[in-house]
Design a protein around this ligand. Structure first.
Ligand code: DAH
Length: 341
């Protein structure tokens, strides 16, 4: 090493030396030569600083440090070059994994499930929780806790699929609506809350607008100052976002034992066949202010808390949205039908 260690020539030679290293092993030796803990060149030079006259120390240290960073940088760069795979080798060892197969058809969510995902998204944005309630339900939660009188006609075997071999308080059925989800939710959460419960429901019913299995989503919002006006705002938002922003709808009074007052909402529907000007009104949702008895059944004080509930018919909304004339087209899984959407 030269006596004037930091001449430009020395720097240049050192950097060149590093570039000349042919493999990682040589480079490691070179690194050791400069930075070895005992007798590395840089280590020795650094140690010498303290013996210099005070006025020279600062200058010397600064020069050495700059040089040190240059060497370290050069070593790192060279190490990266040496460890990178050779272009020739890469070329030779490349494997082409692609295979020219005929194009496969891509699947997609069923219209109903796509719709449910959207329900969760739209209500999620409005702060609603999502819960999936059980399909095999007790008579108690499906009817009694929802304030249905004991002799209410819908408890009749005519409408309900009962589960064989269950009796008394344990009597079970396939839920006829998603409303028992309200009871389960209210019993496991403290108000205020808002939630939706999408899922399958079952009734002995079959024609162009009814199917023995269909889909609903229930909703519930309870707080200290929730009114019918809040409910209307949520209903209108849901209809515009989930059916169409131009959907025509009307509110009517309706009766459901678990709400008071109760309302129904119809949406105007013109299927392609019946392009009459008026079309028909199709009922898509029942709703209302939760009945005080239902709140009491869930240990919620109706003097303090109130709110609304609603139950939308999903399949009908999908029919209106996609102009599908019969609910029965939705369920056989016929690809010729499903592929159109
Ligand atoms: N469960 C009712 C049905 O299936 C729909 C319904 C009406 C749900 C009013 C509600 C409601 O939550 O408030 O016909």
């Amino acid at each position: 090493m030269a006596d004037t260690p930091l001449s430009p020539k020395l720097i240049e030679e050192t950097l060149q030396e590093i570039l000349d290293m042919k493999d990682e092993e040589q480079l490691a030796l070179c690194e050791h030569k400069y930075f070895g803990r005992k007798d590395g060149w840089m280590t020795v030079e650094m140690k010498k600083i303290k013996d210099l006259p005070a006025e020279e120390r600062k200058e010397k240290a600064k020069g050495l440090n700059t040089f040190k960073s240059k060497i370290l940088e050069a070593i790192a760069a060279r190490r990266e070059q040496l460890s990178a795979p050779d272009a020739d080798v890469l070329q030779k060892e490349t494997v082409d994994f692609s295979l020219n197969l005929p194009k496969r058809e891509q699947g997609h969510l069923h219209l109903v499930h796509e719709f449910i995902a959207q329900v969760e998204e739209v209500f999620g944005r409005m702060g609603f929780d999502v819960m999936y309630s059980t399909e095999v339900e007790s008579e108690d939660l499906n009817f009694t806790q929802l304030n249905f009188p004991v002799n209410h006609p819908s408890r009749d075997a005519q409408d309900t699929f009962w589960i064989k071999g269950t009796t008394g308080k344990e009597r079970k059925l396939l839920r006829t609506h998603t409303s028992p989800g309200q009871i389960r939710y209210m019993r496991s959460h403290k108000p205020p809350f808002r939630a939706v419960f999408p899922g399958k429901v079952y009734r002995k019913d079959a024609d162009a607008t009814h199917s023995p299995m269909f889909h609903q989503f229930e909703g519930l919002m309870i707080g200290e100052h929730i009114t019918l006006a809040n409910m209307k705002a949520i209903m209108v938002t849901a209809i515009r976002e989930l059916i169409s922003k131009d959907a025509e709808f009307r509110f009517r009074t309706g009766f459901f034992p678990f709400v008071e007052p109760g309302l129904e909402v119809d949406v105007r529907w013109r299927s392609e066949e019946q392009q009459t000007k008026e079309g028909t009104w199709l009922e898509i949702v029942g709703c209302g202010m939760v009945h005080p008895n239902v709140l009491k059944n869930c240990n919620i004080d109706p003097e303090k808390w109130q709110g609304f509930a609603f139950g939308f018919g999903i399949d009908r909304m999908v029919m209106i949205r996609h102009q599908i004339p019969s609910i029965r087209s939705l369920f056989p899984g016929d690809l010729r039908f499903l592929k159109q959407f």
